[in-house]
Write a protein that binds this ligand. Structure first.
Ligand SMILES: *[C@@H]1O[C@H](CO)[C@@H](O)[C@H](O)[C@H]1NC(C)=O
Length: 392
């Protein structure tokens, strides 16, 4: 055979696999190919939307790549539903929010994913540039509420991993009305005195898992709103911050409950609260049922274990009322460490709906060289193992 014939035959052999290959290969979209600029100053929102639209329309799995450098984007909504059921967003650089907070006020979110399925976010840093809004709030001026940095809404099969979120205006990450969401190996950082910068807020969602995540912020490290079911939190560090909080619940009458929450291996350092359940002192059909707090360490935490059912800021809209939220089957197992106030366990339950099925097992909380105390109102439960201080 001549060399030409050989090459020709080889080509014939390879051709079908090439055709096959090109029809199933992952579509790859680099945001810079759509005009995004890595200078941190040029508004790249349009380029990101174009990359998203291309990935979303792809019949195959698609990857959006954000290279190193700093990209100014948003506010932006990435809409679904998409034709592609697997979209990977690989971020090697930093996404920065416009620094004028007035720009973000209308949307309530800086970056929102809505009605998406099968989206994974890998790596990257998102910088919410919240400091000017915090300064406004701290000064008590008339300021906008601000924007959540990253929100997923009405979505399912979501993975957020390796992401760093810094200096959000409002919440860092919100999971709202979603199903099957994993947040893994995420780092969240904002100053301890930055107002309303909750780390991760989950509500109206089922099967959410948060693992291996470190949160330093100015409000709740993780807050859990109405309608949350099957939430798993494991290996989380918190501090500074206000702890892990179920609530506030029961602000409205017609409210969904919170069911089946596990918080396992959590470390709190210098936080306002450790493990908290908080409800408004108002009539409500809400409930909290089936919570396990297991292996928690407290270091200088003001309220290590707290159920507060008389939340009524400024004594407005609820004076003299009891919370309708029914709290039952809440277990605290292996909670150890130091309290920064003498009352290390505070169960302030509703007079009309006492807490029931509360379990304390192997709890040891100290308060300097004085004994830590417990405060126990309208609460029924049991203690097992060594429990100091205790209510039962
Ligand atoms: C509770 O939630 C976990 C996930 O966090 C899940 O594995 C488990 O099956 C759920 N239990 C029930 C009774 O639904």
């Amino acid at each position: 055979m001549t060399q030409l014939m050989q090459s020709f035959l080889l080509l014939l052999l390879l051709l079908p696999s090439f055709i096959h290959f090109s029809s199933s290969v992952e579509a790859f979209h680099d945001v810079t190919a759509f005009g995004a600029k890595s200078d941190g100053r040029t508004d790249s929102t349009k380029a990101f939307i174009s990359a998203w639209t291309a990935a979303c329309r792809s019949p195959n799995p698609a990857t959006i790549h954000v290279p190193r450098g700093s990209f100014l984007i948003g506010p932006v909504t990435f809409h679904g539903p998409c034709r592609s059921s697997r979209i990977t967003i690989q971020i090697d650089g930093t996404l920065v929010a416009p620094s004028k907070f007035a720009n973000l006020r209308k949307l309530g979110q800086w970056m929102l994913f809505d009605h998406v399925n099968g989206v994974s976010v890998y790596g990257g840093t998102v910088d919410g540039h919240g400091s000017s809004l915090w300064a406004c709030k701290v000064a008590g001026r008339n300021c906008p509420a601000g924007a959540t940095s990253l929100a997923f809404r009405n979505s399912k099969n979501i993975l957020i991993t390796g992401l760093t979120s810094i200096n959000s205006e409002l919440y860092h990450i919100v999971i709202d009305s979603c199903q099957a969401v994993t947040v893994k190996g995420v780092r969240i950082t904002a100053p301890g005195d930055s107002p309303n910068t909750d780390g991760i807020h989950v509500q109206s969602s089922t099967d959410v898992t948060i693992t291996g995540t470190g949160i330093k912020t100015g409000d709740d490290c993780i807050s859990i709103g109405p309608g949350t079911m099957n939430l798993w939190i494991e290996k989380v560090t918190c501090g500074p911050g206000h702890g892990i909080s179920i609530g506030s619940l029961g602000k409205g009458y017609d409210e969904k409950g919170v069911e089946n929450v596990t918080v396992k291996t959590a470390a709190f350092t210098g936080t306002e609260n450790g493990l908290r359940i908080k409800t408004w002192g108002r009539p409500s059909e809400g409930f909290v049922k089936g919570v396990v707090f297991e292996h928690a360490t407290m270091q200088n935490v003001r309220n290590p274990i707290i159920i507060d059912q008389n939340y009524c800021p400024d004594e407005k809209r609820c004076p003299g009322q009891n919370s309708g939220v029914k709290i039952s089957e809440v277990k605290y197992m292996d909670v150890q460490g130091s309290s920064a106030s003498q009352v290390a366990i505070n169960f302030d339950c509703s007079a009309s709906n006492p807490c029931s099925g509360i379990g304390l097992q192997d709890v040891k909380l100290t308060y300097g060289n004085k004994p830590a105390r417990s405060s126990c109102q309208h609460v029924h439960g049991t203690a097992s193992g060594s429990v100091v201080p205790s209510c039962f």
